[in-house]
Design a protein around this ligand. Structure first.
Ligand code: NOJ
Length: 432
């Protein structure tokens, strides 16, 4: 490794999602999912971090971290509590939140869909009914018309591969289906919707003469899949295709690859991303398994690697491998839209950050434009299936009294955000 400089133009920040931090909303699919008892520690997103009432306090936390950028999401069910009826109150709440970021020189990147849907949308058949995507498009139109003067940068969908695999194939996210055919249709619908949104967001911001360079993309969950045995290698290729590639190609070029392309879809090659958003966490070794319930594969962890609290292998070189691969394929700037670790005792987080950033520095050094790094996440929050038990925060959150307490790693991260480099001391203490 030659240099650990990230460069003056590199920007660092944090990422959050509304359902995981806001609390208090009963009108979204995750609220119902929690009520039905699907969360492993029985907690609910209804509690979360009460961020809805603590925006000011949480903006102070961001300031203390010296971040220049912050990725947040909007709760569709709050902004559109009933189909076609928009809440002026919710819009003004988000305007205020975003203004607080801007007043502190923190540039927002706003996610429009991050795993949760309004209950009314699910009751109407959700993404399983192709005509319903117009409802989401209408919602986004309203959002961009009303917030687009403050926000230039948008993520259409967060981790559409996780959303569809977990929600429609494995049944562990709402709506809890296990139906591959249905999932394939939903995947295609999401890609087509992304393409329409890409065009629409650009058009609205241009027509309304909103300031700032419009940047639209998706946040893709990308994993390294590696096979060791002969069958494992073949299986890893298939898993990589189904999990990483279908959406990466779709969200970037608009192309529906097999098996997504259905009747009546005319593919016109285009570019529907201004950046490649990469959420990177881990690597899996893949093995073939004669188990149709798990779609004929098994994900194995590597005994030689350190793990997060959730048992995820820590594999920092993966971030470099993905940046290199996809930059050479698409020649687009890269935003690491998420990267982080569940680490309750904070014994690995600083090292995790330093090692991943060191590999990003290596990519930058080779001329790959990795422009941004959004650390997941600001504070412990509602981690979907694992509920409150998974601790991804730079700040510890005590859910009983809503106290936020900085972890040691927050100090390290604040220093990196300020200096935009990994100091010698950091390298000595944390590298590898
Ligand atoms: C990716 C998801 O976007 C986010 O919501 C989640 O909390 C993190 N991964 C950690 O699992």
């Amino acid at each position: 490794m030659d240099t650990f400089k990230l460069g003056e133009n590199f920007m660092l920040g944090t990422a959050t999602a509304s359902t995981q931090i806001e609390g208090g909303d009963t009108n979204n699919t995750w609220y119902k999912w929690c009520q039905e008892g699907h969360i492993s520690d029985s907690s609910s997103c209804f509690t979360a971090c009460d961020h809805w009432n603590r925006v000011k306090e949480d903006t102070e936390l961001l300031k203390d971290l010296n971040v220049q950028i912050h990725r947040m999401s909007l709760e569709w069910s709050r902004i559109e509590p009933e189909p076609g009826k928009f809440s002026a109150y919710a819009i003004s709440h988000y305007r205020d939140e975003i203004k607080q970021l801007l007043a502190n020189n923190i540039q927002p990147l706003v996610t429009l869909h991050h795993f949760s849907d309004p209950l009314w949308f699910q009751n109407m058949g959700g993404w399983k009914k192709p005509e319903n995507s117009e409802l989401f498009i209408g919602y986004v139109r309203h959002v961009v018309e009303n917030l687009g003067d403050l926000v230039a940068e948008w993520v259409t969908f967060n981790e559409p591969n996780v959303y569809t695999t977990f929600g429609y194939e494995l049944g562990i996210f709402p709506p809890g289906s296990r139906n591959l055919i249905e999932s394939i249709k939903v995947k295609a619908e999401i890609i087509k919707t992304h393409v329409k949104l890409y065009n629409m967001i650009h058009k609205i911001r241009l027509e309304k003469n909103f300031k700032g360079k419009t940047m639209v993309g998706a946040a893709m969950h990308l994993r390294i899949f590696e096979g060791i045995s002969r069958m494992g290698k073949i299986t890893a290729k298939i898993v990589n295709y189904a999990f990483n590639e279908l959406f990466m190609v779709g969200m970037t070029t608009g192309r529906l690859m097999f098996p997504l392309a259905g009747k009546g879809y005319r593919y016109e090659k285009g570019q529907y991303a201004d950046f490649l958003g990469i959420n990177y966490y881990t690597r899996n070794i893949v093995e073939f398994a004669l188990d149709p319930s798990n779609y004929f594969h098994q994900l194995i962890s590597d005994k030689n690697l350190k793990k997060s609290d959730l048992g995820w292998d820590i594999y920092p070189e993966g971030i470099y491998m993905l940046c290199r691969k996809y930059y050479h394929k698409y020649k687009l700037p890269i935003y690491i839209s998420e990267n982080g670790i569940s680490d309750k005792n904070d014994s690995r987080r600083a090292q995790y950050i330093v090692n991943h950033l060191a590999y990003i520095a290596k990519a930058i050094d080779e001329g790959i434009p990795v422009d941004r790094y959004y650390h997941w996440t600001l504070m412990d929050n509602f981690e979907w299936v694992e509920g409150e038990s998974a601790k991804f925060g730079l700040y510890k959150c005590n859910f009983a009294n809503q106290q936020r307490i900085p972890r040691k790693s927050a100090e390290v991260y604040a220093k990196i955000c300020k200096e935009k480099q990994l100091t010698e001391e950091m390298i000595k203490s944390f590298w590898k």
